[in-house]
Design a binder for this molecule. Structure first.
Ligand SMILES: [Zn+2]
Ligand SMILES: [Zn+2]
Length: 156
């Protein structure tokens, strides 16, 4: 699907579900990564993550578009356009928009990295968990200043 097709699709959804035209620009943005779509308050543009289309299909993307259009129309109308606003919640439910906007369904917005490495003090045995690989020679034990050894944790 091209940006032009996305634009036409959003205009169509806007008229059909909201009864108001979408007068601004829409485009795909593959850099959104974990985000399904985004509404820009300054430009009134809407961007959609093309990975959504590939992963979840048109039905889910239509729900994301409806979500973004809720932000769009309420914002332009000077009403409560944020997730916590009653206007937003009511309109979202009415048009059947996705609850998700700023993250892909099933993926957490703030992904917590697991601890994959462990630094162990060769002197006192103190352990320090690390999420990323580090050079053990660059650090010393915080307890006894002894030398550290790096271990990779299995699993996770
Ligand atoms: Zn949103
Ligand atoms: Zn130590």
């Amino acid at each position: 699907m091209t940006d032009e097709q996305l634009q036409a699709w959003i205009e169509q959804i806007s008229l059909r579900s909201f009864g108001v035209p979408f007068r601004h620009q829409a485009r795909f943005n593959s850099r959104l990564r974990t985000t399904g779509g985004r509404y820009f308050m300054k430009s009134h543009h809407i961007e959609i993550n093309p990975a959504q289309l590939a992963t979840y299909g048109e039905e889910e993307v239509e729900r994301i578009i409806k979500h973004e259009l809720c932000h769009y129309h309420l914002h332009l109308a000077g009403r409560g356009y944020q997730h916590r606003d009653a206007d937003f919640k009511a309109l979202l439910q009415k048009v059947g928009g996705s609850r998700y906007c700023h993250s892909l369904p099933g993926s957490k917005q703030r992904k917590v990295l697991p601890h994959r490495y462990k630094l162990v003090c060769t002197e006192c045995g103190m352990e320090y968990l690390r999420k990323r690989r580090v050079d053990p020679n660059r650090y010393r034990c915080g307890k006894c200043a002894g030398r550290l050894r790096l271990y990779t944790l299995s699993g996770g």
